[in-house]
Design a protein around this ligand. Sequence first.
Ligand code: FMN
Length: 198
Amino acid sequence: MLADLVHKTRTVRRFQEEQPLAPALLRGLIDLARLGGSARNGQVLKYMVITDAILRQQLFPMLGWAGYLPDWPGPVPGERPAAYVVCLLDARLLNGAESEAHCDLGIATQNLLLGAAEQGVYGCRIGAFAHGPVHRLLQLDNCFKVMLVVALGYPAETVVLEQLRLDGDIRYWHDGQGVHHVPKRTLEQILIESPVGL
Ligand SMILES: Cc1cc2nc3c(=O)[nH]c(=O)nc-3n(C[C@H](O)[C@H](O)[C@H](O)COP(=O)(O)O)c2cc1C
């Protein structure tokens, strides 16, 4: 069921690094990203898939992991992503506001992550990255802007959703067993009544 898939499509930051992701699987995920809606059907996003071990090693320190967990520096060697999908804006195709491309990006990466979760692969969108260094490392042409990096792999952690506490703290946290907890607002908290009711 789609609802089950949406529930289990959680952000994962610790992976079985030695478990490679098959090229066909990765191509299939990019194909799902391709099919997402886009403003004006502009399809301004492109994707670079990175599986090479040396490139992964070079990319890793340019990424910001779990800002709410300041004592956790990110996944240790052996638990790092097996692959990355670098999401690029092709400025040559842009025919509207860049903010529209950000909407497209959300749709595309959700398609990708849903398709991944269906196959037991999970990921983490990383918006906190060093733009210049990533651009240079990947030897990108100036027409490309790096929008987001999606880390991927088979999971090596458990993630659970929980209801937002009364104090409204939205920060995710790790418990003593290393389980990752993600507070979510309830349906009641996000439903705003229309002037005429439901
Ligand atoms: C646009 C976007 C950017 C994000 N950037 C980062 C990031 O830089 N580093 C990180 O560890 N997680 C990042 N995340 C993951 C969020 O922290 C995560 O989605 C949130 O904690 C909720 O967990 P869930 O995805 O399991 O619902 C990002 C998520 C989104 C949607």
